[in-house]
Design a protein around this ligand. Structure first.
Ligand SMILES: NC(=O)c1ccc[n+]([C@@H]2O[C@H](COP(=O)([O-])OP(=O)(O)OC[C@H]3O[C@@H](n4cnc5c(N)ncnc54)[C@H](OP(=O)(O)O)[C@@H]3O)[C@@H](O)[C@H]2O)c1
Length: 431
């Protein structure tokens, strides 16, 4: 090892920051031999200086304000592991790049909202802005898009991008427990945050999807253009019916390029039980990429946690240590185009509908006449028990239909007298 050490400053010493510090120490020799350089933590910052962290921080300088890392003369790379799309994290990354430092971050919210501006700044300074850890944790998907898959045109990108949601849906499926029960347990075990809305309402998945879309299609990151639905409305009954129909329910982020523009959607999907994504269980993440040259590929692994996320952060730091420079989103940042958004209404999709209806003659006829009016063709219909006068579940699946027609039908069915609850719609994604 002959070159000067690469000097880093780490802001945020929580789950990810702690993982980075620990892994850097545990694998120091190996890492240094691979990059022929040492990585030195010269400064750190977190909110609470007096917290006992049990981290091997050596003689790293403590900075009370994270932004001081961006002004620190000995820091070559600022590693931002605080989080949040605004405030301290944003200020730190902007200032660091302006001051000619490289930036490595795990912050998907920041990149989803400000990735293009930050990339412009990085490019103007010819510094690296790296965010492998921001999407799917330990899975090297950003690098795959940026480097290994560069020759492909992509038909579709579909991912299970949030471990908390996948954990909840898997537990509902295997233990036959409802959403609230599983969520409460996930919170107890630390798999879900006290405020789980970023995860279960699909926002975190949307952040990651928006980043992948930009990498795959060369479009400007467009978080506002993502259609987002979370998993709170998924009932245990839906999971059970899905199983009977040969499907598994997953929260997917899907991106495609259509004639209308870029389609980005996050919502629960029924995927065939034999598909690769159906087999991705618990807190694991997976991304299915379909390239014109490669065909379908699956990247699967741990999408969160100290070790997997640290692995991605350190890989980015190692690239910088080797002297690599690249454009964060592949294309020059000012060539990333603002593209049209494909309207959700124009989506062609099959769906599952569960209707809670009072079992009385003529109800099914009313429902099917609505489908006829909307020219929706039914694929299957399931009504388990006959219980005249009481509430039964009717489950229907449709062939591929225009989303707008489905939504009109759902609205009309929901208004029928015999309905005792609003219809539940889950789109079927035949992967
Ligand atoms: N957790 C994961 O598995 C995972 C996976 C992929 C990406 N990420 C991303 O990684 C980032 C960090 O996540 P995390 O899970 O490690 O969060 P965390 O455990 O909550 O840690 C956040 C750290 O930031 C520090 N911090 C908070 N406000 C600060 C401020 N104003 N100035 C300086 N430091 C401040 C905290 O200080 P104190 O320790 O003193 O409170 C803490 O050390 C986020 O962007 C997250 O989305 C996380």
């Amino acid at each position: 090892v002959t070159e000067q050490p690469l000097r880093i400053g780490i802001a945020g010493l929580g789950v990810v920051g702690g993982g980075v510090v620990t892994t850097l120490q545990q694998n120091a020799g190996l890492i240094a031999s691979r990059i022929e350089r040492e990585i030195q933590i010269v400064a750190v910052s977190a909110r609470n200086k007096s917290r006992h962290r049990h981290l091997p921080l050596g003689d790293a300088t403590w900075c009370d304000r994270a932004v001081d890392l961006a002004n620190h003369p000995d820091v070559d790379v600022v590693v931002e592991l605080i989080g949040g799309s605004e405030g301290v994290a944003r200020e730190l990354c902007e200032t660091a790049l302006k001051n000619g430092k490289h930036v490595v971050t795990a912050n998907k919210a920041l990149i989803a909202h400000h990735g293009v501006e930050l990339a412009q700044l990085a490019e103007s300074q010819r510094r690296v802005l790296a965010f492998e850890a921001a999407v799917a944790g330990g899975i090297p998907i950003v690098k795959a898009f940026r480097e290994a898959l560069g020759a492909n045109r992509f038909h579709r990108v579909a991912g299970i991008l949030n471990g908390t949601c996948n954990y909840i849906l898997s537990a509902m499926q295997h233990r036959h427990q409802d959403f609230e029960t599983v969520l409460a347990e996930a919170q107890r075990l630390g798999y879900a945050e006290a405020d789980p809305s970023f995860d279960v309402d699909g926002i975190d998945t949307a952040h990651k999807l928006a980043i992948l879309t930009s990498l795959a299609y060369g479009s400007a990151v467009d978080i506002e253009g993502v259609h987002i639905e979370g998993i709170r409305s998924i009932a245990l009954q839906d999971i059970i019916f899905a199983d009977q129909l040969g499907y598994v329910i997953k929260l997917l982020g899907i991106a495609r390029e259509t004639e209308q523009g870029i389609e980005q959607r996050v919502h629960p999907c029924m995927v065939p039980s034999h598909s690769a994504l159906a087999a991705v269980e618990d807190a694991f993440n997976a991304v299915e990429v379909e390239g014109d040259a490669t065909g379908k590929m699956i990247f699967e692994g741990r999408g969160a946690g100290a070790g997997p996320t640290a692995s991605a952060v350190i890989a980015d730091i190692m690239d910088i240590a080797r002297g690599s420079w690249y454009r964060p989103f592949n294309l020059p940042a000012d060539k990333l185009q603002k593209r049209n958004r494909a309207a959700m209404d124009d989506l062609e999709v099959a769906c599952y509908l569960r209707l809670s209806v009072i079992d009385r003659p003529g109800v099914l006829a009313e429902i099917t006449s609505i489908f006829r009016d909307e020219q929706i063709s039914l694929h299957s219909c399931l009504q388990r028990a006959r219980m005249p006068g009481s509430v039964v579940q009717v489950v229907l699946t449709t062939h591929e239909t225009r989303e707008s027609a489905l939504q009109r039908a759902v609205k009309r069915i929901g208004a029928l007298d015999a309905m005792t609850d609003s219809p539940r719609l889950i789109r079927i994604e035949n992967l």
